[in-house]
Design a binder for this molecule. Structure first.
Ligand code: SF4
Length: 731
C-alpha cells in the first residue's frame, strides 16, 4: 500500500511516497509528481522511515508528578488533562490570564497551531503563545510586512528555473535546503550563463559552488546591500517607472546609499570593491533576479533592517511579481509558514491579522464567539517567556506555567542557561512531545505523549505558500494522541467544550479556512478533499463555483485571456503574488526603507575578541531528537567541532583536532578544533545541534550565545556572539 505525504523536516516541503508492506515495514521515496521536489529527496528525507520504525525512545503514556523530586508516574489521559486544567484555572484566577503560556513549534501542523491560538487568545484571554519559529524567521515576517504590507512570500520554486541571477545571502541551501539547491544547480548546468552570488562569512558548500563568494565580515550585510543599491542606481540599472508608480521612499534611500563610497563599503565588509561591482553588474543586467536568504539575515539584532536592505534591491529594480524575480525568505521548519498564517506568534491573529488592531480583534472574537476579550497587547515572545519564568517573583502576575509542544528549548534557546533556570523556576511545566530525548522532560510536571509523523493527519504550508495534506498512515504507539486531539480534549476540561467539539482535523481546518475569508491569505477554497485530489494548493485560494483546471488556465494564460481583476486561478492555487504590482500596504505601494547600516551586536573586546556564529550541518536537524535516532545520518559528521581560522589558532597554540574551550560572557563549550580558512580570521563556527541528553552540556552551542534580540522581530542574535578560544587544560 502506498501513501502520499510530505517530509516533516525543512520548509522545502518535499513530497514523499510511503510504501507500507504487508508486514508493516515502511520505506520512503521521493514523489515524482510533487511540484516542489519532483521525486528528489535529501539524506534526511530518504531516512525518514527509520525515525518512525524506531520506537525505543517514544513517550507512550501520560505521566505526571506532584513534586519535581518524585519520579514521573503513569496516569490516564483524563487525570493528566484534568490536573493541567485545574492548575491553569487556579493560576488564571489568582494571577490573571498572562500567568500561563504555550511555547510551540514550526513542526506543529496548521490545525494544531490554529487550536492552540484559539484556546489561549480567544478563550483564556492571553496572547502568550509563541513558537520556535520566532528564533528563525520572525525578522523576515516583519521585513515583508514593512515593505510589501503583509507577511507574504511573493515567489514560488518555479521561479528558480526562470531566474538568471541568484543572490544567496546568509544561507547555505546546499546543506540546509538541499532539494532547492539541486534545482538551482540543475538550472545552472542547463544554462551556463546563470550566475550565483553567495554572501556568507563562511566558505560553505553553497559558497564553493557559486560563481562569486562575498565572505563579508559578520554584521555588514546592510553595508553590502546599500553598496549594491548605489551601484544599481549609478549604472542606470533601476526601474524608474516601477519606482514612481509602485513604491514610496526612493529619494531618501538614494540619498542614504550615496553617502558611503563603494571603497568604504568594501573596507567595512572586508572584501574587494571589484567583487561588489561584479555582483551589482550581474544583478543589474539580469532578466530574473531571485534572492534567497535564511538565518544569516534573520537571526540578527538588526535582522529586520537586513531583510529590508535586501528587499530594497528588488523594489528599486522592479524585480518582483514577474517570473524569476523576487525576494524569497526560505523557511527552516516544515510548517513555519502555516504557523504564520494561523496567528502562531504572540503579536498576530489568524490570517495575518494583528493583535494591536481593534477591528481585527473584534472580527476574530466574533468568529470564535469568545467569552473573553482578545488582549490588546502582544504576548510574551519566545525569549521573553523564558526570561519571565527565570525572573519569577511570587505574588505578582508574572508567568507561572508553560506548556511546551514539540520543541526542545533547553538546546535551542539563546543563552540557554536562562532557559534552564526558567524551567527550574516555573511553577508548572507541561511537555507535549513524541520522544523522551527532549531535554525538557526532566523538568516536566505533566508529560503528554504525542503522535508523530505518519501517526496523525493535518496540513502544512511550505516556504512557497504551498499547502499539503498529510494523511494518517499508521497508529501511534501506546496511548499517544494527535496533538490536535490533546488540545481540544484539554479545552473541554477547561470548560470551553462547545467551541472545541471537533471529531476530526478536517473540521478544524474548515473552521480556520472560514476565518481567512476576504483576507490576503484566503484559503476558503481549500478542503482536505481537494488537497487529496490536487496534492497541494498554494494560497491564496478562494472559494470558487468552478475552479479553472490547470490545463484551461495554461491555455487561457498563454492567450492572455485571464483578466487580472477576475479571481480565476488554477486549481493548484496562486503561484506568484503582486503580479499586478499592487501591494498589501494601505496605498498599495511597496515601501523602500532607508535603514541604517550599523550593527548593534554584542561587542568584542580583549577578553572576547572572536565572533562566534552557529548553524546547521548537512545531515542533522535541530536538536537531533529525530535525526539523532538514525545511525546513517551520524556518519557524515559524528561529533561537534569548532571551525577556527589557522591564524587565530596559531596565535593561541591550538592544533588541528585539539580539545579547546570556547568561552563567552555566559558560559563555555569544550569541543575539538577544526583549523580551516573556510571561516574568516576573527570568526569561529559551532554547530547548534548537540545538546544535553544526547551528549552533555559541554558541547551545547547556546551556552555561549547571547539574549540580544532585534527590537521589532524579537529574533535572537545567534550569528554574533563575542568569544575567546583557548586550548583545554586538564584541571
Ligand atoms: Fe525533507 Fe527538506 Fe530534505 Fe526535502 S530538502 S527531503 S523537505 S529535509
Amino acid at each position: 500500500m502506498t501513501h502520499q505525504t510530505t517530509c516533516c523536516y525543512c520548509g522545502v516541503g518535499c513530497g514523499i511516497v510511503v510504501n507500507q508492506e504487508p508486514n508493516g515495514r515502511l520505506t520512503v521515496e521521493g514523489d515524482k509528481q510533487h511540484p516542489s521536489n519532483r521525486g528528489m529527496l535529501c539524506s534526511k528525507g530518504m531516512n525518514l522511515h527509520y525515525t518512525v520504525m524506531d520506537q525505543s525512545d517514544r513517550l507512550l503514556y501520560p505521566q505526571m508528578r506532584f513534586n519535581r523530586s518524585m519520579p514521573l508516574q503513569r496516569v490516564s489521559w483524563d487525570a493528566a488533562l484534568e490536573r493541567t486544567a485545574a492548575v491553569f484555572k487556579t493560576f488564571i484566577q489568582k494571577y490573571g490570564p498572562d500567568s500561563v503560556a504555550f511555547y510551540v513549534s514550526g513542526q506543529c501542523l496548521t490545525e494544531e497551531y490554529y487550536l492552540v491560538n484559539k484556546l489561549i487568545k480567544g478563550f483564556i484571554g492571553s496572547n502568550n503563545i509563541d513558537t520556535n519559529s520566532r528564533l528563525c524567521m520572525s525578522s523576515a515576517v516583519v521585513g515583508y510586512k514593512l515593505s510589501l504590507g503583509e507577511d507574504s512570500v511573493p515567489v514560488c520554486y518555479d521561479d528558480i528555473e526562470e531566474a538568471d541571477v541568484f543572490l544567496v545571502q546568509g544561507a547555505n541551501p546546499a546543506w540546509c535546503h538541499p532539494i532547492l539547491w539541486r534545482r538551482i544547480e540543475a538550472h545552472k548546468t542547463a544554462n551556463p550563463h546563470v550566475k550565483i552570488i553567495c554572501v556568507d562569512p563562511r566558505r560553505t558548500d553553497t559558497a564553493r559552488s557559486s560563481d562569486l563568494h562575498l565572505p563579508i565580515r559578520p554584521g555588514t550585510d546592510i553595508v553590502l546591500n546599500h553598496a549594491i543599491g548605489r551601484l544599481l542606481i549609478e549604472n542606470g540599472h533601476i526601474d524608474h517607472s516601477f519606482i514612481v508608480d509602485h513604491t514610496d521612499g526612493f529619494l531618501a534611500y538614494r540619498e542614504l546609499v550615496m553617502q558611503r563610497s563603494i571603497d568604504e563599503a568594501a573596507e567595512l565588509c572586508g572584501i574587494d570593491s571589484e567583487a561588489i561591482q561584479t555582483a551589482a553588474n550581474w544583478i543589474g543586467r539580469s532578466k530574473g533576479f531571485l534572492s534567497l536568504w535564511t538565518m544569516g539575515l534573520n537571526q540578527s539584532v538588526i535582522g529586520v533592517n537586513k531583510n529590508l536592505s535586501l528587499i530594497n534591491l528588488h523594489l528599486i529594480t522592479g524585480r518582483i511579481g514577474t517570473p524569476g524575480n523576487g525576494p524569497f525568505s526560505l523557511t527552516g521548519q516544515p510548517n513555519a509558514m502555516g504557523g504564520r498564517e494561523t496567528g502562531g506568534l504572540a503579536n498576530i491573529l489568524p490570517a495575518h491579522r494583528d493583535v494591536m488592531n481593534a477591528a481585527h480583534r473584534a472580527e476574530v472574537e466574533a468568529f470564535w464567539n469568545s467569552p473573553v476579550k482578545i488582549a490588546a497587547k502582544p504576548g510574551l515572545t519566545a525569549t521573553e517567556m523564558f526570561e519571565a519564568l527565570a525572573d519569577d517573583r511570587s505574588g505578582d502576575a508574572s508567568l507561572k506555567a508553560i506548556w511546551i509542544i514539540n520543541t526542545n528549548p533547553l538546546v535551542s534557546m539563546p543563552d540557554v542557561n536562562t532557559a534552564e533556570k526558567a524551567l527550574k523556576n516555573a511553577r508548572f511545566v507541561v511537555v507535549q512531545d513524541i520522544s523522551n530525548r527532549a531535554d525538557t522532560v526532566a523538568f516536566a510536571d505533566v508529560v503528554l505523549p504525542a503522535a508523530a509523523w505518519l501517526e496523525k493527519e493535518g496540513t502544512m504550508t511550505n516556504a512557497e505558500r504551498r499547502i499539503a495534506y498529510l494523511p494518517k498512515v499508521i497508529d501511534g504507539p501506546g496511548e499517544t494522541l494527535p496533538d490536535s486531539e490533546i488540545l481540544w480534549r484539554f479545552a473541554q476540561k477547561m470548560g470551553f467544550g462547545d467551541a472545541f467539539k471537533y471529531t476530526n482535523c478536517s473540521e478544524v481546518y474548515q473552521e480556520y479556512a472560514q476565518l481567512t475569508a476576504g483576507t490576503n491569505v484566503d484559503v476558503t477554497g481549500v478542503t482536505y478533499e481537494l488537497l487529496r485530489k490536487n496534492r497541494t494548493i498554494q494560497w491564496p485560494f478562494q472559494q470558487h463555483d468552478k475552479p479553472i483546471t490547470n490545463n484551461e488556465y495554461r491555455i487561457a494564460n498563454s492567450e492572455n485571456r485571464i483578466p487580472k481583476t477576475e479571481n480565476r486561478i488554477p486549481e493548484t492555487g496562486t503561484k506568484r503574488l503582486f503580479t499586478d504590482h499592487r501591494f498589501y500596504t494601505a496605498n498599495q505601494r511597496a515601501q523602500i526603507h532607508a535603514v541604517p547600516d550599523g550593527n548593534t551586536s554584542e561587542p568584542t573586546d580583549e577578553d572576547f575578541p572572536l565572533v562566534l556564529t552557529t548553524g546547521r550541518i548537512r545531515d542533522q536537524w535541530h536538536t537531533m531528537t529525530k535525526t539523532g535516532r538514525v545511525a546513517k545520518l551520524g556518519q557524515h559528521i559524528p561529533q561537534p567541532f569548532l571551525q577556527i581560522h589557522p591564524d587565530d589558532a596559531n596565535v593561541r597554540g591550538i592544533e588541528e583536532g585539539q580539545l579547546v574551550v570556547v568561552q563567552s560572557r555566559r558560559g563555555e563549550v569544550r569541543v575539538k578544533a577544526q583549523l580551516t580558512d573556510d571561516v574568516r580570521p576573527g570568526l569561529c563556527f559551532l554547530p547548534m545541534h548537540w545538546g544535553k541528553i544526547l551528549t552533555n552540556n559541554q558541547v551545547r552551542a547556546n551556552n555561549l550565545t547571547n539574549s540580544l534580540v532585534d527590537p521589532r522581530s524579537k529574533e535572537p542574535d545567534f550569528k554574533f556572539s563575542a568569544v575567546e578560544v583557548l586550548p583545554y587544560q586538564k584541571p
